[in-house]
Every structure is written in structure tokens, then in C-alpha cells.
Design a protein around this ligand. Structure first.
Ligand code: PMP
Length: 364
């Protein structure tokens, strides 16, 4: 039998980093802290209630959850102008991004991003038959904004995607750069959205603004977020975005009916009710991040400026060897970014102590 697989998918491997049971799992930018007991209890109660009516399909529009997300963004980023109709939610920001590509990408269209960046971006494009185009970032991983503006004029994309903080570099995008991208996107004749992927926004340094503040004046802006990182809920699979009601309406067209299970909605809403409490963990991770960057720098490494819960550092002549050496010592990090660099997610103080001692041994 000939498997009628799309020719462009032939020989490809599914995306995914190793899931290994080692002492320090620092490879996929998870929150290292367990959800607090109070959160676990609230989720269990909410899921029990949801379970009692699982014979019915869930709220297809996830109205309650989207309202809670709007309230969360109002408190986290002063985005008190957001209403339920401005929020969209799906199973992780991965699915949010896929919805964006389904609605605003497609055959004959292009998505533009700036490398190095999140390795799923080309996959959303591939899966929706959208052309994925990248332009390089500067050597320090910031965006060369003039080059980016020129790239938008040249490529005429239907979407520009920029992660801020960027993965794997940690680089935040200054607001004036976002505005410059939006102005360039405005000039694309067929229309162009600027998607700022703020999966790691909650870890940004004090004073670094979120692109959310631009939403009231920028109709082609989309800001994507997730509960996977700051909310310690990577396993709950809840991502969301904020945008104009028109953009959210367009996403409703391509979503599968009932794409967010009643269990997922209940879990996310229960966790959102503990947002303030969970911020304490975020503060610890940010402090540990700054300590890790300072330590790596003191060891003589170059560390990319990071507003996220990970750090990209190097250079290493043989980064695979360092990765393997760390793994032998129970520390799993990520070989990613340009040749010679490695990325470590920020773990608990104990995990980071193990990372530091293992790195010293491996590079001795
Ligand atoms: N955007 C970026 C930049 C990411 O790094 C990730 C996860 N690693 C995601 C989106 C997707 O996260 P999730 O689907 O868990 O929300």
C-alpha cells in the first residue's frame, strides 16, 4: 500500500524535546514549582463539578474563561480595556497560533519572523501551507528594526510573528520597535497582522512593557499569552490571545467546535483565581534567573539579555559534549540557538545549584 502522505511531510520527525526523568529538567522552559496545594484543591473541586455534567458538550465559546482571562490581563498589565470579545483561548498557545495561521495564513500567503526564534513557527506555517520567511536578528539577538521594516515591505506577509521575550534568546522587544513593525504592517496592501508572542511575559524585568498596552490604538496587533509558564500549568494546555473583536471572530471560524474541554476550562478558571498567589513563584524564578545570568557571566560566558525564564549562553566549541556531560550528571538542558550556544531553563535554587556544579565539572 502506498501511504498518501503529503509529499512535503515525507521523512519528517514530529517536534519534541526529550522527556527524561532526571534530577533537573531544564530543557522546555517549564515552571519548576509544583502548583501549590491551594491551587491543586481548587482545580480538583472545579474538575469534580465539571465531571458531573460531562455528558454535555462544554461551553463552545468559553465565555466565562475568556472573561476571567480579560480580568487577569487587566490586573497583570493594566489592560483594563479588554472585554470577553477581545480574548481567544485554545489548547496551549501552540493551538492559538495554529488558529491564527488557519485564518490569516494559507496557500499563497507568507508569514515573516526573525531568527533565531521559536522552532514551532515554521511548523504552524507548514501545516497550513503558508510560506515561512525569516530574516536574521542582530548579533546580540535584538531586532534590527530598520531591516525588519524593510523586510515587511519586501515580503508583504499576511502576518509578522515576534516572540517577546524571544525563545531561545530571552530578548524582549521594545514598544517603539513593535510600533515600527505595526506601521510597516499597515502599509502591506493586502493587510498584515503583527503577532507578539508573549508566552514568557510574566518573567520580564520591572519596567519592560507588554505589547498589550498598544491594543487600543493598533487594530492589527495580536498579543498571545499562555498559562504554561507563569501559571505552572504546562500540563493544563491553556493558551490565549488578546486582539480586536474582529480578529477573534475570524478565529472562531476555524476552531473546531468544543475545542476546549469542560475539564480544561474548569482547570484554567480555577488556576486563574489564584493568579496573585502564583506570582510569588514567578518572582522567585525571576530572581533565580538574574542570579544564574550573573553567575554564568562571572564564569566568562556570554549570556544573551533575558526577560524570560531561561538563559542562552555560550560559546562552546563542542556544545553537544557539554550537553551530554550535563545529562550524565542529571541535568537536562537544550541544544538550541546558533551553533555554540546552549539554553538552560530556570529551575528551583536546588536545581540551579546542581546545574552550576555540573557545568563546572564538565568544563573543568
Ligand atoms: N511560544 C513560545 C515562544 C514558546 O516558547 C512556547 C512553548 N515553549 C509556546 C509559544 C507554546 O506554549 P504552549 O503551547 O504551552 O502555550
Amino acid at each position: 500500500m502506498t501511504l498518501p502522505l503529503r509529499p512535503d511531510l515525507e521523512g519528517l520527525k514530529p517536534y519534541g524535546a526529550p522527556q527524561l526523568d532526571v534530577e533537573a529538567r531544564l530543557n522546555v522552559n517549564e515552571n519548576p514549582y509544583l502548583p501549590p496545594d491551594s491551587v491543586v484543591d481548587s482545580i480538583a473541586t472545579a474538575v469534580r463539578k465539571a465531571a458531573s455534567s460531562l455528558n454535555r458538550y462544554p461551553d463552545r465559546d468559553a465565555e466565562g474563561l475568556r472573561g476571567d482571562l480579560a480580568a487577569y490581563l487587566a490586573s497583570e498589565s493594566d489592560a483594563d480595556f479588554l472585554r470577553t470579545e477581545n480574548l481567544w483561548a485554545a489548547n496551549g498557545s501552540n493551538e492559538v497560533m495554529l488558529h491564527l495561521h488557519q485564518a490569516f495564513g494559507g496557500p499563497g500567503r507568507k508569514v515573516l519572523s526573525f531568527a533565531p526564534t521559536y522552532s514551532m513557527y515554521p511548523e504552524y506555517a507548514r501545516d497550513t501551507l503558508t510560506e515561512y520567511v525569516t530574516f536574521p536578528r542582530s548579533d546580540d539577538f535584538t531586532l534590527d528594526v530598520d531591516a525588519a521594516v524593510a523586510a515587511i515591505a519586501e515580503v508583504q506577509p499576511s502576518m509578522v510573528i515576534v516572540a517577546s521575550p524571544n525563545n531561545p534568546t530571552g530578548t524582549a522587544l521594545p514598544l517603539d520597535h513593535t510600533v515600527a513593525l505595526l506601521e510597516a504592517a499597515d502599509k502591506v496592501e493586502a493587510g498584515c497582522l503583527v503577532v507578539v508572542d508573549e508566552a514568557y511575559a510574566e518573567f520580564r524585568h520591572v519596567g519592560v512593557p507588554s505589547a498589550l498596552s498598544l491594543l487600543p490604538t493598533q487594530p492589527n496587533l495580536v498579543v498571545s499569552r499562555t498559562m504554561s509558564k507563569a501559571f505552572a500549568m504546562a500540563g493544563g494546555r491553556l493558551g490565549y490571545l488578546a486582539a480586536s473583536a474582529e480578529i477573534v471572530d475570524a478565529l472562531q471560524i476555524v476552531r473546531l467546535p468544543y475545542h476546549l474541554s469542560a475539564v480544561t476550562q474548569a482547570t484554567a478558571r480555577a488556576a486563574l483565581a489564584h493568579a496573585r498567589e502564583l506570582q510569588a513563584q514567578v518572582a522567585e524564578i525571576r530572581a533565580e534567573r538574574d542570579d544564574t545570568v550573573a553567575w554564568l557571566t562571572a564564569q566568562g560566558y556570554t549570556v544573551a539579555d533575558t526577560d524570560a525564564n531561561f538563559a542562552l549562553f555560550g560559546p562552546f566549541e563542542d556544545r553537544e559534549k557539554v550537553f551530554e556531560g550535563l545529562l550524565e550528571r542529571g541535568v537536562l538542558i537544550r541544544v538550541t540557538g546558533p551553533e555554540g550556544w546552549l539554553r538552560v531553563s530556570i529551575g528551583t535554587p536546588q536545581e540551579m545549584a546542581l546545574f552550576r556544579s555540573a557545568l563546572l565539572e564538565v568544563t573543568a
